[in-house]
Design a protein around this ligand. Structure first.
Ligand SMILES: [Zn+2]
Length: 388
């Protein structure tokens, strides 16, 4: 009784107190739970969440809800780990509404690969502080590319290894979690001039070396054959966009666990062109070879909040539904260096959970209709049990 009075007083003083919410365990019940690691759908799952993390996972028969926990019934739904988009630009356009649309679409974590004036870092911090709803954001600062090149959006392009390295220091000082370098042009250029690059070996090597001093990973926009080969050889953690890597480079990516973030919808799915057709055909071979894949859309180029459409493009390009879902969960989590915290519904991980109707392994298009979103234990969307 005394305890309840103290809690009531706390709630009056702090009506939106997060700590009051988080002290109560939440128990989620659903019809199924998708486990990307094992590639299985489990029946009658129970997931217990406390303090923003998952504390227990079991089945209804074997694990009763803890006494006093708040129960959320997602009748008929399939629970999944929150999705990850490894390539977005949330601050192109209205940042806060882009972030909100992305989260409500089931993407609880994103990697933002470029914004002007470090707006993507500021957005990351606003979301983390709870000032605006959005996904957990892993943020590059700006685009680092050659003066007058494809990523010189703001006249801040650079020239030579020293200037490239200086831009890395600047982004790290501003709080960037990773570094984005632009190595080649777009598919048309890559097709007609496979050896053409905007950043040379010295520039790429300088960026990677500078980034490593502060433990930052480098993601390389590289589409042409030679640019991809150089970025892989010189230490990029991922190659951004579909492209034309040769079979030797693909084998090297597999051997060293270097990811591809294909952005297939953006590059091959918007209008037919000779470039898009050639790229799509090449990517089917690259994906069939088993290169590590993290799902990414380049949202900002395609609409924010429609990110899951990329899953259908991955499947259309030859991945199985399970491989596509892994690209958006366990695969992307590993690329982000968060393989222990994200990507699976398991004890100790962030309580990032979404739900859809039916079995996502039958049709990844179901992920385009997410009906429940929880991030770090907080519910942002629930179309299944509106009363919560
Ligand atoms: Zn991009």
């Amino acid at each position: 009784m005394g305890m309840r009075r103290v809690l009531a007083a706390a709630l009056i003083l702090f009506p939106n107190s997060l700590s009051a919410q988080e002290s109560t365990a939440v128990t989620l019940r659903a019809a199924h739970l998708f486990d990307p690691a094992r590639g299985l759908v489990l029946d009658d799952p129970v997931v217990v969440v406390q303090g923003g993390r998952i504390s227990a996972v079991g089945t209804a028969a074997a694990m009763p809800a803890p006494p006093g926990s708040r129960i959320i019934n997602l009748d008929g739904a399939t629970l999944l780990p929150g999705l990850i988009d490894a390539h977005v630009h949330l601050t192109l356009g209205p940042a806060d509404s882009n972030a909100r649309a992305t989260l409500l679409a089931g993407f609880t974590t994103v990697q933002d690969l470029g914004g002007l004036a470090h707006a993507n870092i500021a957005l990351r911090d606003r979301v983390a502080a709870g000032r605006t709803p959005g996904p957990r954001i892993i943020s590059a600062g700006g685009w680092i590319g050659v003066r007058g090149g494809i990523c010189d959006f703001d006249g801040r392009g650079v020239r030579g290894a020293e200037e490239f390295a200086a831009r890395v220091r600047e982004d790290v000082a501003a709080g960037a979690d990773l570094i984005k370098i632009c190595v080649t042009g777009w598919p048309g250029d890559a097709l007609s001039h496979p050896d053409s690059v905007e950043a040379g070996e010295a520039e790429i090597a300088a960026v990677v070396a500078e980034a490593r001093k502060s433990g930052r990973r480098v993601m390389a926009h590289a589409i042409g054959r030679r640019g991809i080969e150089m970025a892989v050889r010189l230490g990029a953690a991922a190659i951004v966009h579909s492209g034309f890597p040769d079979s030797v480079t693909v084998a090297e990516m597999k051997r060293r666990g270097i990811y591809l973030i294909p952005t297939l919808w953006s590059l091959t799915g918007r209008g037919a062109s000779a470039d898009a057709t050639a790229l799509g055909r090449h990517m089917r071979r690259v994906l069939a070879a088993g290169v590590p894949v993290a799902m990414g859309t380049d949202a900002g180029v395609v609409p924010h909040g429609r990110n899951a459409r990329e899953l259908a493009w991955l499947v259309r390009s030859g991945l199985t539904p399970l491989q596509a879902l892994r690209a958006a969960t366990t695969g992307a989590a590993e690329l982000l260096g968060l393989g222990d915290s994200l990507g699976l519904v398991a004890p100790g991980r962030y309580a990032d959970l979404i739900a859809v109707e039916g079995n996502p392994l039958d049709d990844v298009g179901r992920l385009e209709r997410v009906g429940f979103v929880m991030k770090a234990g907080k519910v942002y969307r629930n179309d299944f049990s509106p009363s919560r």
